[in-house]
Design a protein around this ligand. Structure first.
Ligand code: COA
Ligand code: MG
Length: 300
């Protein structure tokens, strides 16, 4: 379950330590845009050291590394520095199409073999709306690598790529291209069968604004949201934790279908029709609540 994913500049030992205690479900140790070119080598060293020293137990945050984009010439050296530390996932920025996922997956496989890690152990998350090309290729991210487990969107780099001077209008609402980026990420993730992760809320002194954006994200199908500041973590975790009543209802629906067997199409619960889309929705809620599929009660 990854409700909150907190970005941390990879060249800041102090922030990495603070982030580990933030309560975030995952940390994104950044080698890309939050690190100046002159600090890239130092950041690789610090992130590798953090990976080898951090608590990796059950309650500890998952550790994800954002590498530099494939066209920078830095990606291979980033991977060579961090893969041996067995991060949970590599986050690829400015992903242009499914071919980039295949290329990254092959590069990770080489480093996994060198480090003696099992093939496929490290997952891939991708930012797919940072370039016009990535957005227009949204459907191509499906089915390219079993490593792919989440798609996310970003608004800042896309503005630069298309020449927009702002991504929001006078009322603070994302303009159409950015709303499209958000929508395409939801669709591309569902199409690929992976999680959709909402973009950062940059005004880290506005918890109410963040909360409103989280609630809209939950409503629209995102399973988590990226953060840039530790103060944002609790707000995000709360919003993406399903309410107990919703979890209870999801468990009842799952139990009903489990008891009815694989051929069940339509059932009834509390005098209302329940069919396959309700089952899929219940599975999502249960997953967001952190329930293992095998741990669900079966009614008879
Ligand atoms: N992870 C861990 N710790 C963080 C943090 C983060 N993302 N952001 C802030 N902190 C720490 C600060 O170091 C500070 O700790 P200290 O007082 O012990 O030094 C404390 O939280 C309070 O920080 P604050 O003063 O409110 O903010 P700031 O001005 O120091 O930092 C940012 C503001 C935006 C520079 C900072 O939040 C940050 O680096 N965010 C991540 C940026 C990033 O990775 N961007 C790439 C993806 S968009
Ligand atoms: Mg960026």
């Amino acid at each position: 379950m990854m409700r909150s994913l907190l970005f941390v500049p990879g060249d800041s030992e102090r922030k990495m330590e603070k982030a580990a205690a933030s309560g975030a479900d995952a940390l994104i140790l950044d080698l890309e845009d939050s690190v100046a070119p002159s600090r890239k080598i130092e950041a690789r060293r610090l992130v590798a050291a953090f990976l080898s020293g951090a608590d990796r137990g059950a309650g500890a945050p998952k550790l994800i590394v954002r590498v530099n984009a494939l066209d920078t010439g830095l990606t291979d050296d980033d991977l060579a520095a961090v893969v041996a530390g067995a991060p949970h996932a590599i986050l690829l920025p400015k992903a242009g199409s499914g071919a980039d996922i295949q290329a990254l997956s092959a590069a990770i496989a080489v480093e996994e073999a060198e480090a003696g890690l099992p093939d496929g152990a490290i997952r891939i998350h991708a930012l797919i709306t940072e370039t016009a090309g990535g957005m227009l290729s949204a459907a191509s991210f499906a089915g390219k690598s079993a490593r792919l487990s989440a798609l996310a969107w970003g608004a800042e780099d896309l503005a630069a790529d298309i020449g927009a001077s702002s991504n929001k209008d006078e009322r603070g609402r994302y303009t159409d291209v950015f709303r499209l980026a958000r929508s395409l990420t939801i669709l591309a993730a569902a199409h690929a069968g992976v999680d959709a992760i909402d973009t950062v809320f940059t005004n880290f002194r506005d918890p109410d604004g963040l909360d409103a954006e989280c609630r809209a994200a939950v409503r629209d199908g995102f399973s988590g949201k990226m953060a840039i500041h530790p103060d944002q973590v609790d707000v995000i975790n709360a919003a993406f934790t399903p309410a107990p009543a919703d979890v209870e209802r999801a468990v009842r629906i799952l139990a009903l279908f489990a008891a009815a067997g694989p051929d069940a199409g339509v059932l009834s619960l509390d005098g209302k029709m329940i069919d396959r889309p309700h089952l899929r929705q219940a599975e999502r809620v249960a997953r967001r609540a952190g329930l293992e599929p095998g741990a669900l009660p079966v009614q008879d």
